[in-house]
Ligand binder design. Structure first.
Ligand SMILES: [Zn+2]
Ligand SMILES: [Zn+2]
Length: 339
């Protein structure tokens, strides 16, 4: 089979020929149909997620849709020809986190596209448990991005921030995750503010339902004005740098929740503990989603309640062009490789 491999940091992926993976008795073999590309892939390519997480040579890709072409003998309920999204967290299903509905925190976790090979290859073997099927008439390239770009903000907004109708939500960053966060927060019945430094990204967020958009310099005052000086109920931090946190955290209402989705490796944020004390703000980290949440997201997309926004696709062989397009931000929304 063909695979796109990262041999060195900060270099192009190389198209290579390698053996098709063998699958075990509790696994299935997928023919990869589409794979989304994410800012985290750029971090991997730049060497910002080094060993023991990512070791070179490596195959990236953690938003994978595939068609089942091989089924292990212990697997039931999955058939050849089924299509589905990969729940990319391969978990032990035995630790205390797995057993209490927080498998995204599994202590024995391995991730497709990080510790394990990702979807930038023709075939991928996964435990049957990680396969999340959807209706065969759904557009495959759109379904690919459910694994992260839709599932991650869903987990952050519905579970961790627990957004309710009538609340206000500030989404920091209108990229692949943020634009789906807008749709999900609107679906929850919230008023949604979005901040991004790119005016085109902001306009796009507004088209997708954002009630008010701000550039970072206008955000603090703008949010105070629109919330009667109180601040928002929840901030969904998809950027997660000290620069954005310095104003996004103080944009919270007393008792509000800041959900940290995006992160800046090696760049910590100093916390004003006095402000934390007086306001009882909550700061909560957020990692991907659970498999159950991914299945809920699939249902919402099948029902047309969330629209996965893929603005550009590239054929598999043009993976390097796709990566370049994402890093230069020439395309709004998600970029997906198709096979
Ligand atoms: Zn990602
Ligand atoms: Zn576990």
């Amino acid at each position: 089979m063909k695979a796109m491999i990262l041999n060195e940091y900060n270099s192009s992926l190389e198209l290579i020929e390698m053996d098709t993976p063998r699958f075990k008795r509790d696994e299935i073999l997928l023919k990869v149909k589409a794979c989304g590309i994410c800012q985290t892939d750029l971090k991997i390519i730049r060497g910002e997620i080094p060993p023991p997480i990512v070791t070179l040579p490596h195959i990236i890709g953690h938003e994978v849709v595939g068609e089942v072409v091989g089924v292990g003998e212990f697997v039931s309920g999955v058939d050849r020809g089924d299509v589905g999204v990969v729940y990319i967290y391969i978990t032990c299903r035995e630790c205390q986190w797995c057993l209490t509905g927080r498998e995204n925190l599994c202590i024995n976790l391995k991730r497709v596209g990080f510790e394990l090979s990702g979807g930038f290859e023709e075939y991928l073997q996964i435990p049957a448990y990680a396969f999340c099927p959807f209706k065969k008439d759904m557009p495959l390239h759109e379904m690919a991005i459910l694994a992260d770009a839709v599932g991650t903000p869903y987990h952050a907004i519905t579970r961790l921030a627990d957004v309710k109708a009538g609340q206000s939500v500030l989404i920091v960053g209108a990229g692949g995750l943020g634009i789906h966060g807008v749709q999900i927060a609107k679906l929850c019945g919230a008023k949604v503010f979005v901040v991004d430094k790119d005016q085109n990204a902001l306009n796009f967020a507004q088209e997708l339902g954002a009630d008010k958009i701000f550039s970072p310099d206008k955000a603090p005052q703008g949010i105070r004005d629109l919330t009667g000086g109180q601040g928002v109920d929840a901030v969904i931090e998809i950027v997660g740098t000290p620069e954005t946190l310095s104003w996004s955290l103080p944009s919270l209402k007393k008792g509000g929740k800041l959900i940290v989705v995006g992160y800046a490796p090696g760049r910590p944020f100093p916390l004003d503990t006095m402000a934390m004390h007086y306001n009882e703000w909550e700061i909560i980290g957020s990692r991907l989603s659970t498999k159950t949440e991914l299945l809920q997201v699939i249902k919402l997309v099948e029902e047309g309640k969330i629209k996965p926004v893929v603005t550009k696709t590239f054929p598999f062989a043009q993976a390097n062009e796709a990566i370049k397009a994402l890093s230069k931000k020439t395309t709004l929304g998600r970029i997906v490789l198709t096979f």
